[in-house]
Write a protein that binds this ligand. Structure first.
Ligand code: ARG
Length: 294
């Protein structure tokens, strides 16, 4: 592990890189890492969505990804950096899992399923080449990056059990000084915390009550003021409503979550729906396809 950071905690998710020295943090713009879906398909099944998936339409996936990419770039006004796609690692497109990024540190994923482990050195190399300090988990500790660790205000909501080991949470704190709230994921369909919980600007929090046990729900309620809580229905959670990308006051999400869209608009967000049907077949949606790196 790298030495722990002596930097003060960021109290604002929208400036989570206050001491960044990477070229991206210097630009002053939010920067998102994405990976074109050149080799994306559903060729193995490591979650229930993949087990049940009808065949993936790769050409459609390509068009859907491009729409998401252009939406983030042009409508949300973020920089987008691209990871070079590689054959044999179809889930590399889900850059949310690549690492947990904080300041200039990238805590690299160590995947539970062997199917995804070939992604680890590809991502570690990318972060190293782009000015980040790559931090590796010990071999016996699984950790699936920002898929399972989300900064809300000055703390991290982190999922464990289905994929990520709870042992990674104390290592996350040791590396970043950030306090981590450990949340057991109790529903196989919501195997990463980013498919059932989503921090937004100004402390708002979208979450699916069905994905957590009583303790997890109590942790959410104890940390987030009631007026900032945005619970979603089981139907909208299954449309990946919680897997939203928030940049400034823009929220980008898959189609089919009308109630959440109305709720977000009432709270002052500009909401953009993008059809991501082909990625849902792999168990991912908008947020899984992105990683905030500055
Ligand atoms: N097929 C991928 C997996 O099961 C999907 C990953 C989705 N990523 C995410 N951050 N939730 O690992």
């Amino acid at each position: 592990m790298s030495p722990s950071s002596s930097q003060p905690l960021s109290s604002d998710w929208f400036n989570p890189h206050p001491v960044g020295r990477t070229p991206f943090s210097k630009s002053g713009k939010p920067t998102i890492l994405m990976c074109p879906p050149t080799y994306f398909t559903v060729s193995y099944a490591i979650n229930p969505w993949m087990q049940e998936a009808p065949p993936c339409n790769e050409a459609l996936a390509q068009r859907q990804w491009e729409t998401l990419y252009k939406t983030i770039l042009k409508k949300a006004g973020a920089n987008v950096e691209l990871l070079t796609p590689e054959p044999g690692v179809p889930d590399l497109v889900f850059t949310a899992n690549a690492a947990f990024v904080y300041n200039d540190m990238a805590i690299i994923a160590h995947y539970k399923h062997p199917e995804r482990r070939a992604e680890e050195p590809i991502c570690a190399q990318w972060f190293e080449e782009h000015g980040f300090l790559p931090v590796l988990m010990p071999d016996h500790v699984f950790f699936e990056g920002a898929g399972d660790a989300l900064i809300w205000q000055d703390r991290v909501f982190a999922g464990y059990k289905t994929r990520t080991d709870i042992a990674s949470h104390s290592l996350l704190t040791a590396a970043t000084d950030l306090p981590v709230l450990s949340m057991e994921l109790i529903n196989d369909r919501y195997y990463h915390i980013d498919v059932c919980l989503c921090p937004l600007q100004d402390g708002h929090l979208i979450y699916s009550p069905d994905a957590f046990d009583e303790y997890g729900l109590a942790v959410i309620e104890a940390n987030v003021p009631e007026k900032k809580l945005i619970p979603v229905s089981a139907e909208e959670a299954a449309r990946f409503a919680c897997n939203s990308v928030n940049i400034g006051d823009t929220v980008i999400l898959n189609q089919g979550s009308g109630k959440l869209v109305d709720d977000l608009k009432q709270r002052g967000f500009q909401v953009i729906e993008v059809d991501l049907s082909e990625f849902l077949k792999a168990g991912g949606s908008a947020k899984c396809l992105t990683l905030r790196i500055a």
